[in-house]
Design a protein around this ligand. Sequence first.
Ligand SMILES: Cc1ncc(COP(=O)(O)O)c(C=O)c1O
Length: 423
Amino acid sequence: MTDLFSAAHARALDAHDPLCGLRDEFLIPKHAGHDQAYFCGNSLGLQPRGARAHVEEVLQKWAMEAVEGHFTGQAQWMPYHELVREPLARVVGAQPAEVVAMNTLTVNLHLMMVSFYRPTRERPAILIEAGAFPSDRHAVASQLSFHGFDPDRDLIELEADQATGTISMAAIERAIAQHGHRLALVLWPGVQYRTGQAFDLKEIARLAHAQGAMCGFDLAHAVGNVELSLHDSDADFAVWCHYKYMNSGPGAVAGCFVHGRHANTNAPRFAGWWGHDVNTRFRMGPQFMPTPGADGWQLSNPPILGLAPLRASLDLFDRVGIKALRERSQRLTGYLEQLIDARLQDVLQIVTPRERELRGCQLSLRVSGGRERGRALFEHLAENGVLGDWREPDVIRISPAPLYNSHNDVLRFAQAVENWRHG
Ligand SMILES: Cc1ncc(COP(=O)(O)O)c(C=O)c1O
């Protein structure tokens, strides 16, 4: 019988994996002179080797051409954000005019809610998941207050109904049906940051729309991680960041999707000159005329240095395709799950759903014995060059990223847990 825990087995899995070589496209941090087993792509993805050249190209252009850089040569700054539009649309399954790279996630969430959260006295409520990422909760609560509503009454937070802390589709359906007549907006994660649970976005949008509510998605943990079909999902809007699985650097410029049916909406928006009709922007007129599509929500001219690494990242996504990447991701996370099930169940409880379509690459692992024990294991892992991340009170998140993690990395995690238990 195959010994799942043998180094030879992990090496063989890597050797037969056609995408294992992608790892060479990344700079892997070192621990004691060797590659770290880095599982924090859910927080900050690693640097693609190509990123530096794109950043240096901008610095060089600035040095040589200064203001002319907006209009001359390759990768002109004026239409720079257009360089990422099509590859980004491929990653999220959207039409090119439906996506734009701009701002940061929470800023985009507010901009989207200005247009697509239009509460009335009869229909003021927003539905989110309980335990949502704090920034999302702050954003929706502050929007409710801004419109004169009371978050204590009109922010509906759906509690988990599964023993592991995840939320069933039946519970979502019940909540949308129960509160439907009062719901102005359903804001849902593509992948929940704490549990790693992935959701059927198309179904959630269908349920929200059937009740007359708008539907938006926070895809921070989904983009570059699971296959998305944003256009077909029929969401009204979506927002995400590019510093996690999109590997575009700390605080990278974020992404935003506005469904094509809203391309020419008259809904109110907070406007800025970069969202003005691209054909007349430089006439510098006083009246705002939005450019059609997602571009019409831009405010400022884009931070070119911030956008540059995204180009390197998107080159890699285009080279592999999200479908093949997702298949590799399922193999890697499946191996992690097998190793835990085989020998580590007394230490780690898998919180993330077991069904492949209900998760991305991340497994959230509850450490038995509580916080102190969990912290001790987490620190032992870090001392041994295995970097996951910690979520209070007792969860370690391990996210094998299919662009750069290997089966050998996954084995190193499992071995380190075993050694700690025996230690
Ligand atoms: C699910 C989710 N939403 C929102 C945010 C906040 O993102 P930002 O700081 O880019 O606005 C994060 C950050 O990690 C996140 O994970």
